[in-house]
Each structure stands twice: as C-alpha cells, then as structure tokens.
Ligand binder design. Structure first.
Ligand code: SAM
Length: 232
C-alpha cells in the first residue's frame, strides 16, 4: 500500500475525513518537521506513523467541538494543536504564540510552505502578551497542549478569551488537575463547561472546556513567574 493511503487510513481510523489537499499539507508538514528538528530540536517523536498519530491526530481529536472564528494557541512549539486544526479548518483565523524564537521561525516556514492564510506567529510569552490590549480578551477560543498544569495554564490563557468565548486545554488525564484548578478558573472569570474524553490508541485524552463568563481582572496574569510558582 502506498504511503499516502496508509496515512489516510490513520486519519480515517479516528473518524477524521480528510481531502487529498489536506493529506498533501500534512505530508509537507511532516517533512519540514523532520528537516528542522535536526537544527531546532522541536520534537522527540520523529517516526512517521507516530507523528501522524501522536501529533497530527491528537491535535484533531476534538476538532468537531471548535466553534468561533478566531483562535489563539499558547505555547505552540512545533505547531500542535494549532496547525493541524488550521489545515482542517481553513476558515479559522489563527494566532500562534510561542516563547522560543527558533520554534517561531519553524512555524513561519510551515505557514508559508503550506500557503496557509490568516495565520500570525508571535514570539513572546503569554504573561506579557496578555497585557497588550491588541490581544487581551480578543479571541473566541484559546487552546494549549502540553504547556503547563491547568491552574497555571488558566492564568496564561484566560486573559486572551472574550467573554462568552472558550479556553480549551488539551490534556491526558484531567481529573487531578481539574480539582487543583477550580479556584483559578473562578478567579479568572471562567466556568468549567465540559470535559470531553476520547481514546488515542488506548491512551486517554481529554479536552477541558472552560467558558468565559466574566472579564478577567487586569491584575492577571501576575507575571514574574508567579503563575507557576504560586498558582491561584
Ligand atoms: N503545544 C506544543 C505541543 O503540544 O507539542 C508544544 C509543547 S512544549 C512541551 C511547550 C511549549 O510551550 C514550548 O515550546 C515553550 O517554549 C512554550 N511555552 C511555555 N511557556 C510559555 C509561555 N508562558 N508563553 C509562551 N510559550 C510558552
């Protein structure tokens, strides 16, 4: 069986319908990831099928739950979950915020090589950018995968979300982190609306969905590492 067909079957196994053009985009993305990984150390996962499952499909497990026009992804790293989402949902306007300059360079190359429109890559930290009125409470959705524990992550992400918008955290097992983040969610103007669960080849994956029900007080994020050192 040719490789394109094998990759198509991987998506289909997880009920993700995919076009030839989208498959080509993922193929290009994979090649760039491997090429740049040697210089930029983007991911420990490099074997093709593993990248497709653990990065591409994992980013798309909850794609049907997204609603809104405007998404900011915090700590995008090599582009997960943001770029797979953008490949599948070209209608979404995407901003990726990443603290490491080299990873931003890589993200810009992928965006350009794949011809993705309405994508902005910002090199910076969430704690700083969230204070900028150009970005504060401007997004329908804010996503993050593998960036911090949920209580810390809420303080990084909630300030970007508009009232009535959603913060969506990609997690493995969410249980313990949810309990720990209860106060942060409340203080930052959020309300836990749902926890969706899916299986990725036997591994439990969760999407924690927090709706924004009130403005976030301007004193958050507190900065100086407090989000991590003493979470709300
Ligand atoms: N989201 C990607 C994924 O799931 O593969 C990358 C995960 S990687 C473990 C965490 C990334 O978040 C790193 O690239 C790091 O530079 C970035 N990061 C961590 N804290 C951040 C912050 N406060 N603001 C912006 N980026 C941050």
């Amino acid at each position: 069986m040719c490789y394109t067909l094998i990759m198509k079957k991987i998506f289909e196994k997880f009920n993700i319908e995919i076009s030839e053009k989208q498959l080509e985009s993922f193929d290009k993305y994979y090649r760039l990831l491997i090429e740049y990984n040697e210089k930029f150390n983007i991911t420990a996962i490099t074997e093709k099928e593993e990248v497709y499952v653990k990065h591409f499909v994992d980013s798309l497990l909850f794609v049907d739950m997204l609603n809104g026009e405007n998404l900011i992804d915090i700590g995008s790293g090599g582009g997960f979950p943001a770029l797979p989402i953008k490949i599948m949902r070209d209608d979404i306007k995407l901003t990726m915020l990443e603290a490491t300059g080299k990873k931003c360079e890589f993200l810009k190359v992928v965006v350009s090589e794949l011809g993705l429109k309405d994508v902005t890559v910002i090199n910076g930290r969430a704690e700083d950018l969230a204070k900028d009125e150009k970005y504060r409470e401007q997004f329908d959705m804010c996503s993050a995968r593998a960036v911090a524990r949920l209580n810390t992550l809420c303080e990084y992400c909630m300030p970007f979300v508009k009232v009535n918008g959603k913060f969506i955290a990609f997690k493995g097992q969410a249980g313990e982190e949810l309990e720990e983040a209860k106060n942060a969610i409340k203080v930052l103007g959020g309300n836990l609306s749902s926890v969706y669960e899916r299986s990725l080849d036997g591994a439990k994956r969760s999407l924690v969905e927090i709706e924004k029900i009130a403005n976030t007080d301007i004193k958050y994020p507190r900065g100086n590492g407090k989000e991590k050192k003493c979470p709300l």
